[in-house]
Write a protein that binds this ligand. Structure first.
Ligand code: SF4
Ligand code: SF4
Length: 115
């Protein structure tokens, strides 16, 4: 598992079906090598995160994480998955990426149960 499989917002690409099916290239993969161009990305969270912090980071590393309108605006949307992404990012902030990946390894999608 690669740390790059964690999406900037906390969605987990590592077990996301869209990545496995080849319909999505993942949130952060390819930006670290220059294979993908962040200027062409459409997600505002990802664009901000990768431009500001670099492809090796998620919003969990951002000092403005808790007050950011872009990120918190997404989490405030209707939908269970947004609550779960918030929970994942909060877990990463508290416990780090390695522990998150260990917990998320058996998920069947972009979110799941955390200890
Ligand atoms: S919503 Fe944006 S930040 Fe979250 S995983 Fe998708 S591309 Fe990445
Ligand atoms: S400002 Fe917001 S979107 Fe940008 S890196 Fe920080 S938390 Fe993420």
């Amino acid at each position: 598992m690669s740390l790059l499989e964690i999406g900037c917002c906390g969605a987990y690409c590592g077990t996301c079906r869209a990545l496995a099916d080849g319909v999505c290239r993942g949130c952060r993969m390819g930006y670290d090598t220059g294979e993908r161009d962040i200027e062409k990305a459409r997600c505002r969270i990802k664009v901000c995160c990768i431009k500001r912090l670099g492809a090796e980071h998620t919003c969990a590393d951002c000092p403005d994480c808790l007050t950011c309108d872009t990120l918190q605006g997404m989490y405030a949307r209707k939908g269970y998955k947004y609550r779960k992404y918030r929970q994942s990012l909060e877990f990463i902030r508290r416990h780090g990426c390695d522990r998150f990946i260990k917990a998320a390894d058996k998920w069947k999608g972009a979110y799941g149960r955390l200890p």
